[in-house]
Design a binder for this molecule. Sequence first.
Ligand code: SD4
Length: 332
Amino acid sequence: MTSKRNFLKMSVLGTSLLGITALFSETRAHSAVSKRRALTTKRTNKPIVVSTWNHGLAANQVAWQILSKGGKAIDAVEQGVRVPEADPSVMTVGYGGYPDREGKVTLDACIMDENQNCGSVAFLQHIKHPISVARLVMDKTPHVMLVGEGALEFAKSQGFKEQNLLTDKAKSAWQDWLKESKYSPVINVENHDTIGMLALDSNGDLSGACTTSGAAFKMSGRVGDSPLIGAGLYVDNEIGAATATGMGELMIKTVGCHLVVEMMRQGLNPEQACKAAVERIAKKLGDYKQFQVGFLALNKAGEYGSYCIQSGFNYAVTDKSGSELKDAKSIL
Ligand code: SD4
């Protein structure tokens, strides 16, 4: 009887001990999960927006107004890059951009969202905001890219008004250029104003936009990397996003921004991924030293980084802690 009672006592004790142990390890597991969650949340720096060059600061401000209120990254990047598009003092984006050799301002732009949707326009004339036309190509057509006359007709059908984009300042720069008609892209001067912008919103979604008037005094009909998904911009919402500035032919030849995102998929951080893409250009393209190329990347955790060929490329970062301009590292 006694031994039976003892046995029962032991069993009860055993059971409760087991229960306590189970409870304890469950609590431990639970707290590990929540610690991990806390770490992930703490580590994810969102919302955040990054963009190329000095004029990125003003563009980021507009993007930040959307992001800081819980808005979507795709809206933030579209509205953000409209700032330099409308600014005539920015002479390689939108209105006021340098024309081609024939004196025509021809614009390239693309946009990409968190669901792999994208839209693009190239060789678009007379429309101040090519990025918003690209957005509508994405939202309202079954296509990704419209060019030239077709892009213009589409823009007009959506209510965009034609206007003269050639300012007096850009016209006189072109007339000066005509005196020698020598096409030699100057590093960090005539090729330095494309805006590429990447944003991570408070929902954790990534989007990007890129818009430019392209290389100054280019051949008529020349299209650079900026409207080409994969070359001038790429977004993969699982991994990260990248954009590029500089001599577009080099990005096209290496599908540069796709390469940067794939490098991040392999585990590189944004700066390392941008560096790897610049090194790929250096390895494959012999004449790379004459040109500038800069990549800018943002990953899913809100970490960002950049790399370029020549020193002198900078980018703007805006998040909860404010805005700042940062210099990219370079291989030369
Ligand atoms: C292009 N990548 O058309 C553009 C030019 C540029 O900063 O980035 N300028 O090749």
